[in-house]
Ligand binder design. Structure first.
Ligand code: ZN
Length: 316
């Protein structure tokens, strides 16, 4: 079958901390002014994206993965591995942590834990994240949580647009208000909340906390992860490798005129975060613009992009 890029229809999630910038900045049709997440490339059962074009049009990415596996090459995993989101944090996200694969399989009976990484698309001045903790043991962590000693417990970091953070499973974290990020993560939806600022939802209920599970999966002492990963520039300064870790490699492509990239992975995920242009695949061109999400499938050897745009690209 003729190989085309798979353009995807995102799925939107309303959140207590969400806003309207996915509409005002990205032009998406969102369900309300409390929309927190755009699942741009998702084969997760909690919100699979739908393929918009080509011979697989109308299939969810989850079904395409099951029924048309040759489009995804010879990657040796049972479930689609990655999930790409854009988040609009109009308010603080809960302080949380995610399990690793082993714990996720054993306790939650799901295939993947959740390591994730964040590219800061935009943020307010002085915006900050929680990225790690200062407790030296489970006991002192629990004691500080019970006392509400958040300033002592949490490692807070100021961020600016273009910053990038790798957040492996077991890392206490939270995205702060006023931040838009592109998140590349394992395809998992397991979150253990440690603290939710005592917020109540529209029905007056606080969201559930999961302190015991969180303490079970958190690293002690904290790994004190680096704040800014070394970026490796290649190809005339336009392609930056943001991270290469166990579950994903993530790049920033800054297209200023024209780039050509060889496709040497089973498949690649791409999201346009700024500008517009034209994508050429197998002699055909496709317009691309900010907010588009697509997969370059197996069997494509090279792609070209013309235009002025920025993309976050990943593979597992
Ligand atoms: Zn998270």
């Amino acid at each position: 079958m003729e190989r085309q890029p798979l353009f995807l229809q995102p799925v939107f999630k309303e959140r207590i901390w969400g806003g309207n910038r996915l509409k005002t900045e990205f032009g998406y049709e969102i369900p309300s002014d409390k929309t927190g997440e755009c699942w741009g490339i998702s084969a997760h059962p909690h919100g699979p994206s739908v393929i918009k074009n080509g011979p697989l049009a109308g299939l969810t990415l989850m079904d395409a993965w099951r029924e048309q596996r040759d489009w995804f090459g010879d990657l040796n995993v049972d479930e689609f591995p990655l999930l790409t989101k854009i988040l609009d944090a109009a308010d603080d996200l809960s302080v949380q942590v995610h399990p690793d694969d082993f714990y996720a399989r054993k306790v939650e009976k799901v295939p993947y834990g959740k390591s994730e990484c964040w590219y800061i698309i935009d943020c307010e001045e002085d915006a900050e994240i929680v990225f790690g903790h200062h407790a030296d043991s489970k006991e002192s962590f629990r004691a500080m949580v019970e006392k509400g000693a958040w300033d002592k417990l949490l490692r807070r970091v100021k961020v600016k647009p273009g910053d990038f953070f790798y957040v492996p499973s077991g890392t206490i974290h939270a995205i702060g208000r006023g931040i838009m990020i592109l998140e590349t993560q394992q395809s998992s939806d397991i979150t253990y909340r440690v603290y939710d600022y005592g917020r109540k939802d529209a029905n007056g209920n606080e969201r559930e906390l999961h302190l015991d599970s969180a303490i079970s999966v958190t690293h002690f002492p904290d790994r004190n992860l680096p704040l800014h990963y070394e970026v490796v520039r290649e190809s005339r300064g336009v392609v930056t490798t943001l991270v290469t870790e166990k579950y994903f490699t993530v790049y920033h492509w800054d297209v200023r005129g024209h780039i050509t990239r060889a496709m040497d992975k089973p498949f690649m995920l791409a999201s346009v975060i700024r500008g517009d242009g034209e994508l050429s695949v197998e002699g055909k061109t496709y317009p691309i613009r900010k907010g588009d999400h697509f997969i370059i499938p197996s069997g494509v050897w090279e792609i070209e992009i013309h235009g002025t745009c920025e993309l976050i690209v990943s593979h597992s």
